[in-house]
Design a protein around this ligand. Structure first.
Ligand code: HEC
Length: 220
């Protein structure tokens, strides 16, 4: 009988121990879970940290690229502006040079305060060219050369020589007189009386001005 109780007592003790073990095991399991949770959290924190770091680096890189691009664009834009300004300056300089040259040419052509300057400025050189061809001038005068002689002297560059032919006569006045009164002054090396003296009657003053304006275009 005592044995039976002893056995039962042992069983109860074993059961209590087992129960205690079970209770003790549970917190142990929970602790494990907690650790693994903590590890997971740590891992995910690390991942997040890494991701953030990568993202930050990417943003930084992008910003750096963007900054560099902007800098490059600005540099290109500055260079373009500089080039454009240089071109504009050069163009302005060229235009000024052209204007200066034109003024110089006009001054040379209208030297000696030629009284016909205004009339010639208002004349029509294209009509002058037609008159030159229609009145037979071209049969005796070439307009392509100053040296070549058909019958009379070549008319190229005449506008630059005309002012020095007769003392006191500007280039326009000299040419006018040469057409209307060709024998008043005979060009050196040529005979008098060959250039017809009739043009003063055949042509109006306006037509003669057109002829002179045409001669004024024949120069280099
Ligand atoms: C038959 C030929 C002949 C014809 C046509 C003729 N000329 Fe002449 N021309 C001459 C000769 C020759 C001279 C040079 C002798 C002199 O000064 O008269 C001359 C001189 C001139 C000169 C002076 C040139 C100089 O270098 O100083 C002018 C300007 C001129 N002619 C314009 C004209 C015009 C304009 C016409 C047409 C409307 C024309 N001539 C028709 C023969 C001609």
């Amino acid at each position: 009988m005592i044995r039976k109780f002893f056995f039962a007592g042992t069983l109860i003790v074993v059961m209590i121990i087992l129960a205690a073990c079970g209770t003790a095991a549970k917190p142990a399991y929970e602790a494990d879970e907690l650790i693994s949770q903590a590890q997971e959290t740590a891992a995910s924190n690390e991942e997040m940290a890494t991701e953030e770091a990568v993202a930050t680096e990417e943003v930084a890189t992008e910003e750096a690229v963007a900054t560099e691009e902007v800098a490059t664009e600005e540099a290109v834009a500055t260079e373009e502006v500089a080039t454009e300004e240089a071109v504009v300056t050069e163009e302005v300089a060229t235009e000024e040079a052209v204007v200066t040259e034109e003024v110089a040419t006009e001054e040379a052509a209208s030297s000696a305060d030629d009284p016909l300057t205004e009339a010639i400025a208002a004349a029509n050189p294209t009509n002058g060219e037609q008159l030159f061809l229609m009145n037979g001038c071209a049969g005796c005068h070439t307009v392509d050369s100053s040296e070549m002689v058909i019958v009379g002297p070549g008319q190229y560059n005449l506008i630059n020589r005309a002012g020095e032919r007769v003392e006191g006569q500007g280039p326009y006045t000299y040419i006018y007189n040469s057409i209307v009164n060709p024998n008043d002054h005979v060009v050196e090396g040529f005979a008098a009386g060959i250039m017809p003296p009739s043009f003063g009657d055949l042509l109006t003053d306006e037509q003669i001005y057109d002829l002179i304006a045409y001669f004024a275009t024949l120069h280099d």
